[in-house]
Write a protein that binds this ligand. Structure first.
Ligand code: NIG
Ligand code: FE
Length: 410
């Protein structure tokens, strides 16, 4: 059934924008007084409202009132929204001068969340994940990557990934699961890091395939987590088995971005401490750089060098990293707006970074632009000037969110 939605003051299709490199706002395709024509869950056309009224009179009309700007639904390509408990204590300690690593060593950090997550049932975790996803959806985030990584044993990682799968049927947002068993060597594992990774390869990877729990493998390449040498055989095996790869890279020390590029990972995420060498390597590759401004804001560290990556021809996505430790805010639009101010990113670059470039970081080609054949995932913001979306720094909330051709009701 065809539906014609409009009139809309401005529709930003993001058509004809490239995957890589800097973008200027003049390159944005803006269709004024437009209608969006959809067929089922897909976009059929975006054209001036009056034209569409004449050419498809048979379509069901959904008439909107007032000023509205439409843009593609946001894609958050890096989150950890499946977790138990909070870490407000860590946040207070960091603000009082302790470092992320000091807190981790004294009982806080990732391991604290692992202990709290292990105490929950799959059903409880699914409910928490769906609640987080629904909050994100009401902010316009229609596709959400969700990592495991707070289980850190074969059984507990499986519990998390099954919970994410279950949560996917409890929200209209699309959840894209990623296995982050290589987040940290678990404290209760007696062997070496390499022994732990071997255990995951042998006992978890086959179940991921059997139960179709995830087609993506992530690793935290960091001095305090796994070294490039330890990750090398792990990623080789994952790649041989056909998994897509992504890396927590260059967050506190460099090394991860090189691993990401060498393995042809879809994305290298964080990059707060990437230097000229790393920026150049990434920018020449097809690996998408993912900035996580929420982690910079949560930890009080510098932002990912997005401007330099774009100017050297790289592709930049922006994600929330929503997690209970380093990035508790979970507001993608506010964070992307703030990153724009500090890194001097154009509106086109920011919007690309939270739509089609983020979709590409997940290997998804069917969303992120409002053009024929793409999923009918879009947001209507209550304004007639698209620049206000970033200008209000996250305070301008969607008037409507459409996911796969249906309007969300809340
Ligand atoms: O992306 N860097 C490692 N992992 C997460 C933090 C997880 C946590 O602190 O619980 C991140 O920032
Ligand atoms: Fe993360």
């Amino acid at each position: 059934m065809k539906k014609l939605i409009g009139p809309i003051s401005q529709v930003l299709t993001l058509d004809k924008l490239f995957l890589k490199g800097a973008l200027k706002d003049e390159q944005l395709e803006i269709i004024e007084e437009a209608g969006i024509l959809i067929n089922g869950d897909k976009i059929l056309d975006v054209k001036p409202w009056k034209k569409l009224l004449k050419t498809v009179p048979e379509a069901e009309k959904i008439e909107l009132g007032g000023k509205l700007v439409a843009i593609p639904g946001f894609v958050d390509c890096h989150t950890h929204i499946c977790f138990g408990g909070l870490r407000a204590k860590d946040f207070a300690l960091r603000n009082a001068g302790k470092t992320y690593l000091e807190i981790a060593e004294s009982g806080g950090g990732i391991w604290d969340t692992v202990s709290k997550t292990r105490k929950l049932t799959q059903r409880e975790l699914a409910q928490i994940t769906a609640n987080h996803a629904n909050r994100h959806l009401s902010d316009g985030v229609t596709t959400i990557e969700v990592k495991s990584g707070y289980g850190l044993s074969v059984e507990e990682e499986l519990k998390m990934l099954r919970a994410i799968q279950q949560a996917n049927s409890m929200t209209h947002a699309d959840l894209i699961p990623t296995c982050l068993a290589a987040h940290l060597k678990p404290r209760d594992f007696l062997g070496s890091s390499s022994d732990y990774l071997k255990l995951i390869v042998e006992n978890l990877f086959p179940v991921l395939k059997e139960e179709k729990l995830s087609n993506r493998i992530d690793a935290f390449v960091e001095k305090s987590a796994f070294s490039p040498e330890e990750i090398d055989p792990y990623f080789k095996k994952a790649k041989d088995l056909g998994f897509d790869l992504t890396v927590h890279a260059d967050q506190f020390s460099v090394g991860g971005s090189k691993v990401a590029v060498a393995f042809g990972a879809l994305s290298a995420d964080h990059l707060e401490v990437s230097g000229e060498k790393e920026i150049s390597l990434l920018s020449k590759s097809n690996t998408i750089a993912v900035a996580l401004p929420g982690a910079s804001l949560g930890l009080g560290v510098g932002f990912t060098p997005g401007r330099k990556i774009l100017d050297q021809g790289g592709s930049l996505a922006i994600a929330s990293d929503w997690n209970p430790g380093s990035a508790p805010m979970g507001d993608l639009l506010a964070q992307a707006s703030i990153l724009a101010t500090f890194e001097k990113l154009s509106t086109a670059e920011v919007l690309a970074g939270i739509t089609y470039r983020a979709a590409a970081a997940l290997g998804l080609k069917d969303r992120g632009k409002l053009v024929q054949g793409q999923l009918a995932d879009f947001i209507l913001f209550p304004t007639s000037d698209y620049r206000e979306i970033l200008y209000h720094q996250g305070r301008l909330k969607p008037a409507e969110v459409w996911k796969s051709g249906s309007k969300e009701v809340w």
